[in-house]
Ligand binder design. Structure first.
Ligand code: ATP
Ligand code: MG
Length: 267
């Protein structure tokens, strides 16, 4: 389990890409003279599942956009696999294209419908292949968005609060789906979430972003599937909530709030 985010950085990004899925060194991103990301260091191993927590506005989405190659106005070094894919909180489906065409959107060449069908099958959406996006439920739209990411066969899957808008039950199903896809595909995952329990259920390692850097990290060496009721789970949850600046006793009452152990009150 990788625990060192401050390891030595090779200046040759092509070389370092072979030993790490993500390698970020001295990353700075400013808006109007304010550094939102400020000398950030990060390494993610191939196949590693990393969750990223942090207060609202601390720069998580900014970091993900940089890793996804959507923002290049940066200082520092960023190395990611050639095949990366991103899914955002809002599914961002084109309303005038059927689901399967949405899944293939932006893929190079002229991919066959079967490629979309396979990915939709993986997320349990085969029956919605020909549907229009506006007829999908929230959970279905989220799964379509996931299929669109999977179709790229990514070595790095970037997920920005993909379950944020889902009801509790759909959210649990979506979490299980991501866990299973990750196991099957073996890609590295960087999941941004506000939900401490979600991070602890899914990740090999949890990071906390603060003041523009990775301010804290901890390896989650609990066996899978994880038992939310276990004392070790509770201890890790308490420690993370503490790091996130959530006030009060670190007991179960914290996890029973509306955010399910999340950061709504801390943000
Ligand atoms: N294009 C932009 N122009 C100006 N400021 C920006 C821009 N994008 C982000 N910011 C600012 O950078 C900071 C970090 O934003 P970011 O979206 O990365 O936060 P976040 O950690 O993802 O928050 P949340 O948890 O609420 O999604 C915020 O203060 C935001 O206003
Ligand atoms: Mg965000």
């Amino acid at each position: 389990m990788a625990t060192d985010v401050h390891g030595p950085v090779s200046p040759k990004t092509a070389d370092s890409a072979s030993t790490a899925a993500v390698r970020v060194a001295g990353l700075t991103r400013s808006f109007g003279g304010r550094a939102v990301i400020d000398g950030l260091e990060l390494t993610v191993r191939p196949g590693e599942f990393v969750a990223l927590l942090g207060r609202s506005g601390c720069g998580k989405s900014t970091l993900l956009r940089v890793l996804a190659g959507l923002d290049r106005e940066i200082e520092g070094e960023v190395s990611v696999p050639r095949r990366s894919a991103v899914a955002f909180q809002a599914p961002r489906l084109m309303p005038w294209k059927k689901v399967w065409r949405n899944v293939l959107l932006g893929l190079p060449g002229r991919p066959e419908r079967e490629v979309a069908e396979r990915a939709l099958g993986e997320v349990g959406l085969s029956h919605r292949t020909d549907a229009w996006p506006k007829t999908l439920s929230g959970g279905e739209a989220q799964r379509a968005s996931l299929a669109r990411a999977l179709v790229r066969e990514p070595d790095l899957l970037l997920l920005d609060e993909p379950f944020g808008a889902l009801d509790a039950l759909t959210r649990i199903k979506a979490q299980r789906l991501v866990a299973e896809l990750w196991r099957r595909r073996g890609c590295a995952v960087l999941l941004v979430t506000h939900d401490v329990e979600e991070a602890l259920l899914l990740a090999d390692r949890v990071l906390v972003m603060d003041e523009g850097v990775i301010a804290y990290e901890t390896a989650i060496d609990l066996p899978r599937p994880r038992d939310i009721a276990s004392p070790r789970f509770a201890a890790l949850r308490a420690r993370l909530l503490d790091r996130l600046g959530v006030e009060g006793p670190a007991d179960d009452s914290l996890a029973d709030g509306p955010a399910g152990g999340g950061l709504a009150d801390a943000a």
